[in-house]
Write a protein of this length. Structure first.
Length: 294
């Protein structure tokens, strides 16, 4: 049976206190336990910046144990996708955590996300193939943000290698990819980055410069409108019957907007059923009262 997984990119954000989490809750493990009461998947962003200690992954598994259907999606470390320099030790570090999650039936897949500057060439195509081969035993979601990749040869390659091409929503600037699902595997992985075009352009001009966390996050500061969410729902429904699993990940995390929009998409994609939504979120995003059980 096809399964719908809706969640956010990351769960450990201080600015989610009062908009999702309660004041006084400690972060990390306690936040994950709270998060898993409402959503059935999460995309781990910390794995992009650091090689996570397996004991931390054990803690994750413990916190989501009551939720039988909860899945983690792991974002591959930037050494593999952006710096493109990595060692056998780093490969082992990534795989040990993937294996731990996969053996516990808690792994959705491995997100391999490349920057907009990663354009299709012979060299970059070879690099993608190398990563696909290295992580051949896992489900993989490949996010490429430049239009040059969307050719039949690459799509066919992805289909043959236990992988799927990410469907992404972002401001359409230059040769950026539009929001259009490409059926390239058994599963569909959708990442919604928001449509803050002004901040997105600013981030492009600041690429490579030292920035604060707030500056880095500014381009994701966006709350999808009800109309935009209906449009996204229609797009997803067009392909729902053609895949086994659908992951919808909200990456517009500043101020808790990702949480609000995740609840709204859960409502839309689950035949408009009303949801259990925490009071903190209802107070911050009053329009959610229409879809709340409370």
């Amino acid at each position: 049976m096809k399964k719908l997984y809706v969640g956010t990119a990351g769960w450990s954000y201080k600015d989610w206190i009062d908009s999702f989490y309660l004041k006084g809750q400690s972060k990390s493990y306690d936040w994950l336990e709270s998060y898993s009461q409402y959503f059935n998947t999460v995309e781990v962003n910390a794995s992009y910046y650091t090689y996570i200690n397996p004991k931390i992954v054990d803690g994750w598994l413990s916190k989501v144990e009551p939720k039988e259907d909860f899945l983690f999606n792991i974002k591959l470390h930037q050494d593999f996708t952006h710096r493109r320099k990595f060692s056998s030790e780093q490969i082992h570090a990534v795989k040990s955590n993937l294996d731990k999650l996969q053996n516990a039936n808690r792994l959705g897949g491995l997100l391999i996300q490349f920057p907009y500057s990663f354009v299709l060439t012979k060299e970059t195509a070879t690099h993608v193939k190398e990563l696909v081969d290295i992580f051949s035993e896992y489900e993989k979601f490949i996010e490429v943000r430049h239009k040059s990749w969307f050719i039949e040869r690459f799509i066919n390659f992805v289909k043959k290698n236990k992988s799927s091409i990410c469907t992404i929503d972002q401001p359409i600037i230059g040769e950026a990819v539009e929001f259009k699902p490409i059926l390239s595997g058994d599963n569909l992985y959708i990442r919604l980055h928001g449509r803050n075009e002004k901040a997105w352009k600013k981030s492009i001009s600041n690429f490579g410069k030292e920035q604060t966390y707030e500056q880095q996050s500014e381009r994701y500061d966006y709350l999808y409108s009800p109309g935009e969410l209906l449009e996204i729902e229609r797009t997803i429904r067009e392909v729902l019957d053609k895949v086994k699993k659908v992951f919808v990940i909200l990456n517009n995390h500043p101020k808790g907007s990702a949480v609000a929009n995740a609840f709204e998409l859960l409502h839309l994609l689950n035949e408009r059923i009303k949801l259990n939504i925490p009071e903190t979120t209802l107070k911050t995003f009053t329009r959610l009262s229409k879809i709340s059980l409370n």
